[in-house]
Structures are given as structure tokens and as C-alpha cells.
Design a protein around this ligand. Structure first.
Ligand code: NAD
Length: 501
């Protein structure tokens, strides 16, 4: 049996039960459905995978109430006890990593080579935050002449986590693990295009001993279950990953209940290649950062800014590499690019091929869909682009790179910063002082110099401008999921201003 055939056979054994039961909510530790369903289909061949329970405002209310009821006991548990449970969850993720990766590939179209690692990254996220749990409440002693001030942190309460469809399992753990480590309870609303791995995560958490109600899963649409979650009075905060436009909507929806919001939103990230860079390594990174994960990646370097003295040669080498990228079945271990998530997203991405032509850019590679079934598009490079074109300004979120040439550092910075977004930036140069200057001047939350996106969990992750509000990672995650409290103790009989004497 080939690798692909054996993976398909294993996948089938995992999916069979969902064909019978559908993909259900998990609320207060119980399976729930009832009411309407929607369908999730595989982007590989557009075949139905299973029906999915369609959460309503009522479902969200039940989940929020379960999270509220479970909160005091979970928040009151020692950090060390939470640490143990979170490690057990990580162990269980590792034990079911094959199943998670298979389901994720089939549900999202992402290639096995990336999803097998992403499943294990989910376990790492749990382990990392598990080990921070015992110290999550720690604070500082801040003495003044008259008082000893003692700060501490307490979990904010039940929180809503709303996630997108790109690498959904890993991203969900990235939000849910710190929330649980902090002592919060959670209602998770995963993206409607990729509900499968969220169900696996909820099952894993309960089987590993997470008390009922601590993590609740509600499937559904953004305008339905998603909106209800952001408006629910028992939900204290919303951790959201998705499009910038949706972030604005959520901020409006959460205004009446004064929701604390954390937004990880879109990007149009530049990779700036100067003529003194190690061009072999820069080329590897440029190709990886736009064509891995089908380009459906918030930190993808979707704008190549290349110095004009080397642009011709660099673009020629890029075109050669793009021609060798292997499109195919996501479960084939050779595959580097799979199909896009859904027809609506396929229509959006292929629409930019026409926009590029109309704007007068050159389609130097790709620029066409692949005949069906499935939502495959050819990896694409637009050259001769100007910074003001839509293909240079808007997030396409597919395997589509826009190359723009620049003369000097000043022009590179003007182009790099001339977009609404500011998530990540990548700089390739062997001039140390230039690397420092450019990193300081780039408007982005995260800069990698002579590197692709290599995540280090204690560092702050997030964007500026339309790319987000707030940071994840290390203590930054706890700052979102926890409240700071200051207790001031008088050290003696300081003078109290006396009124009415
Ligand atoms: P999306 O905004 O369409 O949906 C994300 C989630 O929000 C889904 O679960 C959806 O159901 C829900 N939603 C939609 N409307 C809602 C509403 N009115 N109220 C509450 N919830 C609502 O995003 P997407 O298309 O699923 O994901 C792709 C986007 O996510 C891209 O823009 C990408 O850059 C971004 N993203 C950002 C990061 C980051 O860390 N900055 C990471 C991954 C993805």
C-alpha cells in the first residue's frame, strides 16, 4: 500500500463515526446537537465529510452558562493541579497526532508535511502554558513610603475563543491553552469551514481529565453562534483570530457588554531583500513563507520587495522554483501545496488573477486554477507590480506573491509601510546596521532578520495597524486572560486627610 493509500484508509476509520453522529457540540462535558445542521466538505474533491451541528444563540447561552458554572472551581484549583491536567492533554494530543493531522488535511486541504508538525505544535503549546500555570497569579511588591503594594493576577472569567480555518488545530491550542492555564473557562467557536479538529481537541481535553464545562465547543456560523458569543453577558473577553473586517464587527458587537478583545487579524507582510543578502537563503525563505500552508497564513510574506540591482536574477530564480513546487493530494507526503479551503475562498483568490491583469502587472508564474475536482490553484507570482495596486495592498491569503522592485532603503521602507496592515516583516541583508535601522522603522509587530517565521513561544506574537490588537505568547497571554489586582497595606499611621472635623 502506498503512503497515500494507507493514510486514506486510516482517515476513513477516523471519519466513519462522524458520518453516523455528525460533528456535535460539546457543552458541560456532554455531546449536544438538535436543531439544524450544516455540512463540511473536503476541499480536496468537494465531497461531504459530515454534517455539523448548527449552534444558535441558545446553544451559546448553554455553553456560556456551563463555562460560568465551572469557573469558580477551575480558577480556584492550584496552578500545579492545572499544570498536570494540561500536560495530560498534551500527552493525549501526541497520542492522537496522526488522527488530528489526517482530519485536518482532509478538512482544510493543508499538506501532511505541515499538518503533522502543526498537530505536535498544539501539544507543545499545552506543555508550554502548563508549565507557566503555577506562576500565573504571581505579582510584584511595590512599596511606597506609607504602603506596601502587592499586585497579583486573577483569571478574568469565562472567555470566548473564535478561530479561523487556517491551521485551525494549532491556532486553537494557542488560544485555549493559555486561557486554561490562567484559570479561565472557555467557549470555543471554530470556523465553519474546519470544524473537525476542534471536536477532536474538545474530546481530547475531556478524556485527559479537564472538568466538564471548563472547555465548551459550539459549532456554527460567524453571524449566528459567533455573534451570540461576542454579545453574551457572561463572557468576559473574546480572543479572536480572523479577518480585520470581522475584528471590527466583533468590537462593535462586544461594545454593549464591554468585552475585552484580543485580535489577531490579517496581514500583507513584506519580505525585503537587499542586494547584499545571502540570496540562496533569502530565496528559500521567500518560497517557504508564501507557498507553504497554501499561502493561507497570516504571517505569509505576500509582498516581495526586491532591490532593483538584483531583481531580475532573483525573480528568474523564483520562477524556476515555483515551477517545481509539487501540487497534489494533501495526504501525499510529497505534496507541498494542496487545495484552498473552500469554493468561496477559491473564487476570491482566482479573482486576483483578473485584478492583476487589469492593473497591468505581469503574471510571471501560475495565475490559473487547476481543473477540478477540488479547489486547487497554481502557485502564482505577479511581477512588475506597483505599490498602489490592489494586488500589493490587499490580503489575498493564497499561494500568490506580488513582487515590487525598490531602489534604496528609503523607498523599501516607504513601500513596506504603505499598507493598512502591520503583522510581520522579513528583512534580508548582511549589513548589520541596516538590519537594525530597517527593523526599527518597519511598522509591524514582528520582524525576522535573515530568517523565515520561526516561532519562539515566550516572545510576543501580534500585529499593529489593521493586523491586530494585543499580543500572545508567554506572559502577554496571561495579561489578556487575567486581571491585575493591587492590594495596598498601610505600613503605619500615615496622615489621613480629615474632613468634617
Ligand atoms: P473570518 O474573520 O472570516 O472568520 C474567523 C472566525 O470568525 C470564524 O470562526 C467565523 O465564523 C467567525 N466570525 C465571522 N463573523 C463573525 C461575527 N460577526 N461575530 C463573531 N464571529 C464571527 O476569518 P477566516 O477567513 O476564517 O480566516 C482568515 C483570516 O484570519 C485572514 O485574514 C488571516 O490573516 C487571519 N489570521 C490571522 C492570524 C494572526 O495571528 N494575525 C492567524 C491566522 C489567521
Amino acid at each position: 500500500m502506498t503512503d497515500l493509500a494507507s493514510r486514506l484508509a486510516r482517515l476513513e476509520t477516523h471519519l466513519a463515526r462522524f458520518r453516523d453522529t455528525g460533528i456535535r457540540h460539546l457543552i458541560a462535558g456532554q455531546d449536544m446537537a438538535g436543531g439544524d445542521w450544516f455540512e463540511t466538505r473536503s476541499p480536496v474533491d468537494d465531497s461531504p465529510i459530515a454534517r455539523v451541528a448548527l449552534g444558535t444563540a441558545g446553544t451559546v447561552d448553554a455553553a456560556a452558562k456551563a463555562a460560568k458554572a465551572a469557573f469558580p472551581a477551575w480558577a480556584g484549583m492550584s496552578g500545579a493541579a492545572r499544570q498536570k491536567i494540561l500536560h495530560r492533554i498534551a500527552d493525549a494530543i501526541v497520542a492522537r497526532a496522526d488522527e488530528i493531522a489526517l482530519c485536518e488535511c482532509w478538512d482544510t486541504g493543508q499538506a501532511w508535511r505541515f499538518m503533522s508538525k502543526a498537530a505536535l505544535r498544539g501539544a507543545e503549546n499545552f506543555r508550554y502554558f502548563a508549565d507557566l500555570a503555577p506562576g500565573a497569579r504571581d505579582g510584584q511588591a511595590l512599596p511606597s513610603p506609607d504602603h506596601l503594594n502587592i499586585t497579583g493576577r486573577t483569571p478574568i472569567g469565562p472567555v470566548g475563543v473564535i478561530t479561523p480555518w487556517n491551521t485551525p488545530f494549532m491556532l486553537s491550542t494557542w488560544k485555549i491553552a493559555p486561557a486554561l492555564a490562567a484559570g479561565c473557562t472557555v467557549v470555543h467557536k471554530p470556523a465553519e469551514f474546519s470544524p473537525l479538529s476542534a471536536r477532536l481537541l474538545a474530546e481530547i481535553c475531556h478524556e485527559a481529565g479537564l472538568p466538564p464545562g471548563v472547555l465548551n465547543l459550539v459549532h456554527g456560523l460567524g453571524e449566528g453562534a459567533g455573534r451570540a458569543l461576542t454579545e453574551h453577558p457572561d463572557i468576559r473577553a473574546i480572543a479572536f483570530v480572523g479577518e480585520s473586517r470581522t475584528g471590527s464587527q466583533i468590537m462593535r458587537q462586544g461594545a454593549d457588554t464591554l468585552k475585552r478583545c484580543h485580535f489577531e487579524l490579517g496581514g500583507k507582510n513584506p519580505v525585503v531583500v537587499f542586494d547584499d543578502a545571502d540570496l540562496d537563503r533569502a530565496l528559500d525563505a521567500v518560497v517557504f513563507m508564501i507557498y507553504s500552508l497554501n499561502g493561507e497564513r497570516c504571517t505569509s510574506s505576500s509582498r516581495l520587495l526586491v532591490q532593483d540591482s538584483i531583481a531580475g536574477e532573483f525573480e528568474a530564480r523564483l520562477i524556476d522554483r515555483i515551477g517545481r513546487l509539487r501540487l497534489g493530494h494533501p495526504l501525499d507526503p510529497q505534496t507541498e501545496i494542496g487545495p484552498l479551503i473552500h469554493k468561496t475562498h477559491f473564487d476570491k483568490v482566482t479573482g486576483y488573477f483578473d485584478i492583476a491583469r487589469a492593473e497591468g502587472a505581469t503574471i510571471a508564474a501560475g495565475g490559473a486554477p487547476v481543473d477540478g475536482p477540488g479547489w486547487f490553484v497554481r502557485p502564482t507570482l505577479f511581477t512588475a507590480a506597483r505599490p498602489d495596486m490592489r494586488i500589493a495592498q490587499e490580503e489575498i491569503f493564497g499561494p500568490v506573491l506580488t513582487s515590487i522592485r525598490f531602489r534604496d532603503e528609503a523607498e523599501a521602507l516607504e513601500i513596506a509601510n504603505g499598507v493598512a496592515y502591520g503583522l510581520a516583516g522579513y528583512v534580508w541583508t548582511n549589513d548589520l546596521t541596516r538590519a537594525l535601522r530597517v527593523s526599527q522603522a518597519l511598522e509591524a509587530g514582528m520582524i525576522w532578520v535573515n530568517s523565515e517565521n520561526v516561532r519562539h513561544l515566550p516572545t510576543p506574537f501580534g500585529g499593529v495597524k489593521a493586523s491586530g490588537i494585543g499580543r500572545d505568547g508567554g506572559q502577554w497571554s496571561f495579561d489578556f486572560y487575567m486581571e491585575h489586582k493591587n492590594v495596598a497595606l498601610a505600613l503605619g499611621a500615615h496622615a489621613i486627610t480629615r474632613l468634617g472635623v
